[in-house]
Design a protein around this ligand. Sequence first.
Ligand code: NDP
Length: 268
Amino acid sequence: KTKWPRWQSSFIMQLVEASVRLQGKTALITGGNSGIGLATARLFVAEGAKVVITGRNKETLEAAAKELGPNAIALAADATDIAATEAAIKRGTETFGKLDIVFANAGIPGGTPLGSATLEVFEKVISTNLTGVFFTVQSALPYLNDNASIILNGSVISVLGIPGYSAYGAAKAGVRAMARIMASELSPRGIRVNVVAPGAIRTPIWGAAVATPEAEKAFEQRIALSTPLGRIGEPDHIAKTVLFLASDDSAHVQGQEIFVDGGAVASP
Ligand code: NDP
């Protein structure tokens, strides 16, 4: 068996630590039991973080916690319920310590075409995708370390005029505006607030459009045609950008929005 001299093993340990970007950090990820949130939770744990994930579905929360292992806990909390969100954050930080990262990611689709949208659906989309994001950040504030990083999940639909998405697009445009204002308000504590804005990503959010292999293939082809890079995005594309925004690699990035969309927003 190889025995490394002490100076060599300490050098190797330094290399390992340098390659793990979130060592000693605690992160909250709302909607961490599916899609983009779960991919981000996996990456964060692999990068050395302790992760608190929330969502509403107890079964998928349990499955995610089992998969993520001892450095993650999964707590049921509806993002539209401020008291439940506060309680989850309190419990999560009692377990893992104060937060260094918040990824306000929970969101729903919800078609709201001008001719047929109901007030109920419109308000549900706004309350989850906009109000829920605001109160997640507000609830996390007392539990945030100085110099923390907050990332909000936006969407290309905040800038592209895609029919049927009035409430969703309005909520995500609101997320961009809120991020800039929160960034100003929280800069004195060194806290950064940025937005990751995905294009179409392969996750369960697309519901029936990806429910069968045939439907998924047709959906992928449609997305590929409207995306300069010619493909649908994967949850890991977003997770890696969130990791950049969460880590010190983005230490001077404040109040920005990064589109991760294969070029959809940039194309004419
Ligand atoms: P998923 O449906 O896979 O994930 C959505 C997550 O949000 C789930 O974990 C869900 O958990 C959680 N969630 C929804 N409503 C609530 C609520 N009221 N309270 C707590 N958790 C909630 O979709 P994605 O991973 O694709 O979506 C994640 C984010 O990415 C959303 O904000 C979405 O708008 C955004 N996005 C996604 C795009 C895509 O193409 N996939 C494109 C642009 C943006 P549970 O059901 O257990 O509550």
